[in-house]
Design a protein around this ligand. Structure first.
Ligand code: ZN
Ligand code: ZN
Length: 367
């Protein structure tokens, strides 16, 4: 396997391998080429991390179109692509290179109606074929080079959690706590936050996606922190719930049920199970305890270049898990006007089980 350091600037064999797999799919579907516009797909295939550009991949060509600002960066990051500077209207240049391609695929879940209209106008020689999941399916199985980055992102999140435990004091606002988590991870090498952090205290913790507010965390409050960072493009995502001051019996009880559900799902999870089956393991434990109605979201999602990727662990998750997939396991119980508890870890799926990528402690912590 190529070394991590070479990820952004060498002709690592995995770049060519990704192209090879994509071309195989094109061939199987009778397609002559594919236009890639979605930024994470573009980065996954080419290595180019700039904010603007498009790929055109055919059986013999791999072209990256970008503008003046990114020419130098694109050449360094995407050595397996021919980099082409486009003019004012990217579609004009693209159409020139796509001439003669009878069946040209585009990403149906990403291209806007306006873009589609322009494609139809400019690509007059091609039949435009909507496709979904071509690159996303490749991305769902993480290579060793990707796992190395994901591990680093998870390690930083774990370190941020232990830092916040020593730093946090009652009376601090959720916003201050979210900011400190972000500062810590960025100071230690993260390039960005993976998403807008959820820091929800007291009754606000019943909001599964309660982003940090000005509320001050007080003694007796539950405090849910859902956060993660980005390292070389790859995300981490972890949730820990703690109690400030003293925990009530009910808080302990809810925490115990969520933890039991999470541990059961973690020990069941393995390649060959569907997302639905894993979800069911946790959901049954929560339902049996009488809180089924209070666990209203799926058990987990895949993580990679994006923080929410396919496949999902949920009642609708039909896809079967494969070794190398990276998913979260995050059951929760949310009681309106009272509060909520969620515990979330990231794991990599293996043949016989899964192994934890986030390793922060999970016994109930009272601060
Ligand atoms: Zn999360
Ligand atoms: Zn998550």
């Amino acid at each position: 396997m190529p070394k991590m350091a070479g990820r952004s600037n060498n002709t690592g064999v995995f770049w060519l391998d990704r192209l090879k797999k994509l071309r195989k799919q094109l061939l199987e579907q009778g397609l002559d080429g594919i236009l890639i516009l979605e930024p994470d797909n573009r980065r996954y295939l080419s290595g180019f991390s700039g904010s603007s550009g498009a790929l055109l991949i055919t059986s013999s060509e791999a072209l990256l179109f970008t503008d003046f600002r990114y020419m130098e960066q694109a050449a360094a990051q995407a050595p397996s692509f021919r980099v082409i500077k486009h003019g004012q209207v990217i579609w004009d240049d693209l159409a020139g290179y796509a001439r003669g391609l009878a069946n040209l695929a585009f990403e149906q879940n990403f291209v806007t109606y306006e873009q589609f209209r322009l494609l139809q106008e400019k690509f007059t020689e091609s039949r435009l074929v909507p496709v979904a999941g071509f690159v996303e399916n490749l991305r769902s199985i993480k290579e060793d080079v990707e796992l190395a980055e994901i591990r680093r992102a998870c390690e930083l999140a774990d370190r941020a959690f232990s830092h916040i435990l020593t730093w946090l004091e009652p009376g601090m606002t959720e916003l201050e706590i979210a900011l400190e988590l972000e500062f810590f991870m960025r100071r230690n090498g993260a390039s960005a936050s993976a998403f807008e952090f959820i820091v929800a205290s007291g009754p606000r913790s019943s909001l599964p996606h309660g982003v940090a507010s000005g509320r001050r965390a007080a003694r007796g409050d539950i405090l849910t922190m859902d956060f993660g960072c980005v390292v070389n493009g790859y995300c981490s995502d972890i949730t820990r719930t703690v109690v400030i001051g003293e925990a009530s019996d009910k808080q302990r009880e809810i925490y115990r049920v969520v933890l039991e559900a999470q541990m059961a799902a973690l020990s069941a999870l393995r390649a060959g199970m569907s997302g639905q089956e894993v979800d069911k393991v946790a959901r049954e434990i929560i339902s049996r305890s009488g809180y089924g109605e209070n666990f209203g979201h799926g058990l987990g999602h895949s993580v990679g270049l994006a923080v929410h990727e396919e496949p999902r662990l949920s009642p609708a998750g039909l896809r079967v898990l494969e070794p190398g997939m990276v998913v979260t396991v995050e059951p929760g119980i949310y009681l309106p006007d009272w509060g909520g508890v969620r515990i979330e870890d990231m794991v990599v799926v293996t043949e016989n089980g899964c192994s934890l990528l986030t390793k922060s402690p999970k016994e109930l912590i009272i601060l």
